[in-house]
Design a protein around this ligand. Structure first.
Ligand SMILES: O=C(O)C1=C[C@@H](OP(=O)(O)O)[C@@H](O)[C@H](O)C1
Ligand SMILES: C=C(OP(=O)(O)O)C(=O)O
Length: 449
């Protein structure tokens, strides 16, 4: 949905003794892909555990506009009747992807090699984000794109009627770009090859294989070379979406910084392309353990146990870990405020083109709450104050960015004065049950006014 409702101001007060079990919702990345790949398969894909956040609901609506039947049962199971690779119909309305970069970029890729035209838009945040990173490689297939200056939405994509196969090296670490090219490659004849120098989340590759595509990944001197055979008939799947490690990050970090806390966050996927935050927190001295470690659907899964960790130390986060925790830097910076010493984060330029400029948004809000932050184009350093020394007391702008809103609310759970955010509305894009879940654990996070 583009536009945004009335702002929802929220406030977090110092809390202690968080306890209980935090059942976080389904993984956002896998939810988008389940809908898109389900729509491109022949027959009925059945999905349980789908994240019903606004980002994913917007993708579901988009798949209907392209001709797939998408139905939710009363029990929350989703059924997608796909139209097959190359079977998309031309939508008769503008496709509104709301706040979701993943939604718009993956859908642009998925329709780019069909002889149809579609116009995309989003909310004020999404309409500022760069799309040339996707439309440049799509042009190699023969796809045309006409958008606003700077490659921004709203944008019309004219699909290639006779697509060519493509070999493309992704210039920025981005699973969205990689995925857009692979999804476009589905309806191109021959082999599409995508090369990435840094490993990013690999859900598209794993799921394409699950849907019956022929796809291989080879690690070479050039990087990860992913080869997809075009024009497969995708087989419908039954998918149980695992819980989202990026959402798990919020209750986990809240427990680490609030006195006397001990919580369990069950069933979290620890795919190495996603688990960088948890490794980093453990290196900082967090009392964060993996219980009941197991494999599910070919992925490592564990229950996360997080306890109050009064002796956190700042560290230098290895830059090569950035892609595996890219969405978690905002909440890491909130935890870093309570550590002793500096937390140094480098190689994170991508943070500047998310739902907001996340370095700028967090640095400004942290400073307003009494925490010193230095920053440059692709790095930032949080100077930890240690427990009991974060002043708090400020109102932070969330900039239509769910992760910024949730990170400042976590910050306020251990600061001396409460922390406010001007608008908690965007939280519903990825974590619609955040407020209730945090309240059940004992966190004092409320709406104001
Ligand atoms: O492919 C995906 O599902 C995602 C990729 C990442 O974006 P980039 O590809 O821009 O790094 C991430 O930030 C986003 O939340 C989800
Ligand atoms: C960057 C994010 O999402 P997207 O790019 O899909 O808007 C996120 O969820 O943190």
């Amino acid at each position: 949905m583009s536009g945004h409702g009335t702002p929802i101001p929220m406030i977090a007060h110092r809390s202690s003794g968080l306890s209980g079990t935090a059942e976080v919702p389904g993984d956002k990345s896998i939810s988008h892909r389940s809908l898109i790949l389900g729509a491109m398969a022949v027959g009925e894909t059945v999905v349980t555990g789908l994240l019903e956040g606004q980002d994913v609901l917007d993708t579901a609506k988009a798949m209907q506009a392209f001709g797939a039947e998408v139905v939710r049962d009363a029990d929350g199971t989703w059924h997608i009747h796909g139209v097959g690779v190359g079977g998309f119909a031309e939508p008769d309305q503008v496709i509104d992807c709301g706040n979701s970069g993943t939604g718009v970029r993956l859908i642009m890729g998925a329709m780019a090699t069909s002889p149809i035209t579609a116009t995309f838009t989003g909310d004020a945040s999404l309409n500022k984000r760069p799309m040339a990173r996707v439309t440049d490689p799509l042009a190699l297939f023969g796809t045309q794109a006409v958008g606003r200056s700077g490659g921004r939405l709203p944008m019309t994509i004219i699909g290639a009627a006779e697509p060519l196969p493509v070999r493309y090296t992704v210039p920025v670490p981005s699973a969205q770009v990689k995925s857009a090219v692979l999804l476009a490659g589905l309806n191109a004849p021959g082999q599409t090859v995508v090369i990435e120098q840094e490993a990013t989340r690999d859900h598209t590759e794993r799921m394409l294989e699950g849907f019956g595509a022929t796809i291989t990944t080879e690690v070479t001197d050039e990087g990860r070379v992913i080869t997809l055979q075009g024009q497969p008939e995708l087989q419908p799947q039954t998918i149980e979406v695992p819980r989202d490690p990026s959402s798990a990050a919020f209750p986990v970090c809240a427990a680490l910084i609030t006195e006397g806390s001990d919580i369990l966050v069950p069933n979290i996927g620890l795919n190495p392309t996603r688990a960088g935050l948890f490794t980093t927190l453990r290196e900082m001295g967090a009392d964060l353990t993996y219980e009941n470690e197991r494999q599910e659907g070919g992925e490592p899964v564990a229950d996360l146990r997080a306890r109050f960790s009064p002796n956190l130390k700042g560290i230098e986060v290895p830059p090569e870990r950035a892609a595996s925790m890219i969405d978690e830097y905002p909440v890491l910076s909130a935890v870093a405020a309570y550590a002793e010493g500096q937390t140094v984060m480098r190689g994170v330029k991508e943070l500047r083109v998310k739902e907001s400029d996340r370095i700028e948004a967090m640095a400004t809000g942290l400073r307003a709450n009494g925490v010193e932050v230095e920053d440059g184009e692709d790095w930032w350093i949080v100077h930890g104050k240690g427990f009991g020394n974060v002043a708090g007391g400020a109102t932070c702008a969330s900039h239509l960015d769910h992760r910024i809103a949730m990170s400042f609310l976590v910050l306020g759970l251990a600061s001396n004065a409460p922390v406010r955010v001007d608008d908690g509305g965007p939280i519903a894009t990825s974590f619609p049950i955040f407020e209730g879940l945090m309240a059940d654990l004992g966190a004092d996070i409320r709406r104001e006014g």
